[in-house]
Design a protein around this ligand. Structure first.
Ligand code: ADP
Ligand code: ZN
Length: 262
């Protein structure tokens, strides 16, 4: 068990980036890091909040047009929004976790010319789970605090957020064909972006799967209808997966090693 107070101290002022394919749990990992005091900035959430707060502005209309089709919002819109939010005083003091940005090599170049990141976290999730988790797992999200749920990690009371009790909603781009498109686009973008992320020297993989011989409490595993869920891995094998709580523990252990040490 890590000491949360020391962990909070250790990450204070740090600049973290969370990266991974659609449906890999970026939002949930960001929330876990936010719980340690970092400011969570998510490109997707910033954009969805814009749409919610000013649905009729020209900018929102452009954003909605691209988001609905599962396309990236043009850089001239997203780049100033993200850079602007990172350079606020409070954000620099507390530190931040940025997710959903950069998504392209060009965005990465702009970002790393402005900030030195302390950790670039890559969420490693088997391909076969990405669509499955979102569609079959019936992904839903809290519109207020942005916590994500699915049938693998359901809320305590169906339809309501555990944290803030808001009514859960489905995202407008969580549709099977649009997910496929987002994954295809991601594959293209990642080829160009990954070398840049790795070149920061701060790159770390965080895997959602559990090794066969790893002993682990069943309460930390993804289950569906009470049974431990086995996913097909990218190399054709089978593996168990961590649930929200399991991933939070794995994440906290990793950042403890990096920022606090033993
Ligand atoms: P996911 O990672 O599950 O695809 P996000 O919430 O990160 O979901 O993004 C949702 C949508 O917001 C994207 O499909 C895209 O239209 C837009 N978007 C998010 N991040 C960026 C970005 N860095 N650049 C351009 N558009 C983005
Ligand atoms: Zn909530």
């Amino acid at each position: 068990m890590v000491d949360l107070d020391r962990l909070k101290e250790g990450v204070r002022g740090k600049k973290l980036i969370v990266f991974g394919p659609p449906g890999s749990g970026k939002g949930n990992r960001s929330n876990d890091l936010k719980a340690l005091g970092l400011v969570a900035i998510s490109a997707g959430i910033v954009l969805r909040n814009r749409l919610r707060d000013e649905p009729n502005s020209d900018l929102s209309k452009k954003v909605a047009y691209h988001m609905k089709k599962g396309e990236l919002v043009p850089s001239d819109i997203i780049v100033p929004i993200i850079l602007g939010s990172l350079e606020q005083r409070d954000v620099l003091e507390r530190g931040f976790v940025l997710d959903g940005f950069p998504r392209t090599r060009d965005q990465g170049k702009v970002l790393f010319s402005r900030i030195d990141s302390d950790l670039v976290l890559f969420l490693d999730v088997p391909r076969s789970f990405l669509t499955y988790g979102v569609i079959e797992g019936n992904r839903r999200v809290c519109p207020t605090c942005q916590k994500g749920y699915s049938d693998f990690d359901p809320p305590k009371e169906e339809g309501l957020c555990d944290i803030c009790r808001s009514r859960l909603v489905k995202r407008l781009d969580d549709d099977a064909s649009i997910i496929e498109k987002r994954l295809k686009d991601y594959d293209k973008q990642v080829k160009e972006l990954l070398p840049l992320l790795e070149s920061t020297g701060k790159f770390q993989k965080l895997s959602i799967t559990v090794d066969k011989d790893e002993e682990i409490d069943e309460r930390l595993l993804k289950k569906i209808k009470g049974e431990v869920y086995w996913v097909e891995t990218d190399d054709g094998g089978k593996a168990r997966m961590l649930n929200l709580e399991g991933m939070r523990m794995r994440l906290y252990n990793l950042i403890w090693e990096i920022f606090v040490g033993s």
